[in-house]
Design a protein around this ligand. Structure first.
Ligand code: FAD
Length: 477
């Protein structure tokens, strides 16, 4: 007699959902567990935001382009799916910040904009003398109130003053989240800065003391070569990583082009309604979907309603391919971020041909720019021609570009960057507590919840698998 199988449904085939599907399948197969897995993805492809265009010898990332090498879960998964040979470090070089139409090189020794060496901070022209004196107040200012969340902007403005924040910290940090640092939660984005402040009182002294003197042993492959940076990517693009995970999955478990519309709990099971009217039953669910999609699927459960208020910003990436001769004054460096104090529409630009040499054929140049950020998103809705013109006009202000690009790849990401606003952790904890009571066996994973980086989504996919196995009484811990 065959044992009746329990069914686990994973919704969403981005980094979090793919990871969950891979590790759950691995557990089921190695331990011969009576579990059937189904992965449901609304679009016709897996990978979510990991999307790559390969064209004319260029490898162009539409969404994420790399990940932090010290976040090892991604390297581990790459090994699992046979992609570790494709991993490549970024090349290092000077990076800049653009303030009031002028490029300044990043002051040496600054970590996320926080000075840890006095010399470069004193000599940089990026800040005025009063701005530098204000930043030095960090040495004497008291700690924040213990344990309370606050905005990232509020925290840094108090410690280092407005000028250091606006000329350096804001462009760097909002580059990661495309967010408004005066709304973003310190505790959910960079709790380590709060911890440093609690321990050392001065952020500058604390960051100097905690600055890693040599690469950590866990950060494999070890960065010995100074020309190799702290980031990794796949030579064949991040989409090829998603494809490698998909290739390891039993194709029967994958349902693409099916959107989950509604989920309700009926006795001890879940009924999952798809957009084609089909109904699927599950014993346990991993919702690896953005928070607004999750709220819509569980609209009968009003404790998800706070997700409706959590903003997601829209951005677009604009990749421009040129012949090498097009750039007359090719600046020595790998890219720049743009301060809000500049009259520019682009928020950042990477000289991708230098940072990721593999991405560009010899004799060519690849620039990748960002447009759109919290409070400044309308540009994303313009036509391709309008966006291309705006970006090119901005670039011409800093670089002597004489010709039009050979081609441009514009990727719009509407409402794609979840914003961890102040109170995020508490809001999420309240929802998770309610889920345990009203929706036992349903787990969340992905960028809207416990970290936006691809490796964070991988960690959450793995954690969701452990939660499912514990819920179904198959925990091996
Ligand atoms: C432009 C850009 C640049 C970025 N750069 C970096 C970077 O360099 N490094 C980095 O680490 N991170 C970066 N990120 C962040 C990172 O890419 C994302 O946070 C991460 O890929 C999100 O993975 P996820 O699995 O949570 O969600 P997603 O990739 O969004 O996947 C969710 C999936 O769920 C599906 N779905 C939604 N609703 C339903 C439904 N009702 N039914 C079924 N399926 C549904 C969607 O179609 C989608 O495929 C960037 C993001 C963007 C937008």
């Amino acid at each position: 007699m065959t044992e009746e199988k329990q069914k686990v449904v994973i919704i969403g085939g981005g980094a979090a959902g793919l990871t969950a599907a891979y590790y759950l399948q691995k557990e089921v197969s190695e331990r011969h567990l009576p579990i059937e897995i189904q992965l449901i993805e609304a679009s016709h492809r897996l990978g979510g935001k990991m999307q790559t265009v390969v064209r004319d010898g260029f490898t162009i990332e539409r969404g994420p382009d790399s990940f932090l090498a010290r976040k090892t879960s991604m390297i581990r998964l790459a090994k699992e799916v046979g992609m570790d040979q494709q991993l490549v470090h970024n090349s290092t070089g000077k990076s800049y910040v653009l303030v009031n139409e002028k490029l300044y090189s990043m002051p040496g020794g600054s970590i996320m904009g926080i000075p840890t060496e006095v010399g470069p901070f004193i000599t940089t022209n990026l800040f005025s003398i009063p701005g530098k004196i204000r930043a030095a107040a960090d040495f004497i200012l008291p700690r924040s109130e213990s344990g309370k969340d606050q905005s990232l902007g509020g925290f840094f403005r108090r410690r280092l003053g407005d000028e250091v924040v606006e000329n350096l910290i804001e462009p760097l940090l909002s580059g990661i989240y495309a967010g408004d640092i005066d709304q973003m939660s310190l505790m959910s984005t960079f709790p380590q800065f709060y911890e440093v402040e609690q321990k050392y009182r001065s952020l500058i002294i604390g960051m100097k003391k905690t600055k890693p003197s040599k690469p950590s042993k866990s950060a494999e492959p070890i960065v010995k070569d100074k020309t190799k940076g702290a980031f990794l990517t796949f030579k064949t693009g991040l989409q090829s990583f998603a494809a490698a995970i998909e290739a390891k999955l039993d194709s029967q478990m994958i349902l693409k082009g099916h959107k989950v519309e509604k989920i309700t709990k009926v006795n001890h099971k879940y009924e999952i309604y798809l957009n084609n009217g089909e109904l699927i039953e599950a014993d346990s669910i991993i919702a690896a979907t953005p928070h607004k999609a999750t709220q819509a699927m569980f609209s009968d459960y009003h404790f998800f309603d706070p997700f409706k208020q959590v903003p997601s910003t829209s951005v677009a990436t604009v990749a421009l391919a040129f012949p090498k001769e097009a750039l007359k004054n090719d600046i020595d460096g790998t890219g720049f971020v743009v301060s809000r104090r500049s009259d520019y529409s682009i928020t950042a630009c990477t000289w991708t041909h230098k940072k990721w040499v593999h991405s560009t054929p010899a004799g060519k140049v690849l620039l990748r720019c960002y447009v759109g950020r919290a409070g400044d998103e309308t540009i994303v809705d313009l036509s391709d021609d309008q966006i291309s013109k705006i970006v090119l006009d901005d670039l011409k202000k800093t670089m002597d570009i004489t010709v039009n690009p050979d081609f441009t790849v514009i990727s719009r990401w509407k409402n794609a960057m979840p914003q961890y606003t102040v109170g995020h952790k508490q809001r999420l904890a309240t929802i998770l507590d309610q889920m345990k009571v009203e929706l036992p066996g349903v787990f969340l994973a992905g960028a809207s919840y416990g970290g936006v980086g691809v490796p964070d989504c991988i960690d959450q996919g793995e954690a969701a698998v452990r939660n499912v196995l514990t819920y179904l009484n198959y925990s091996n811990e």
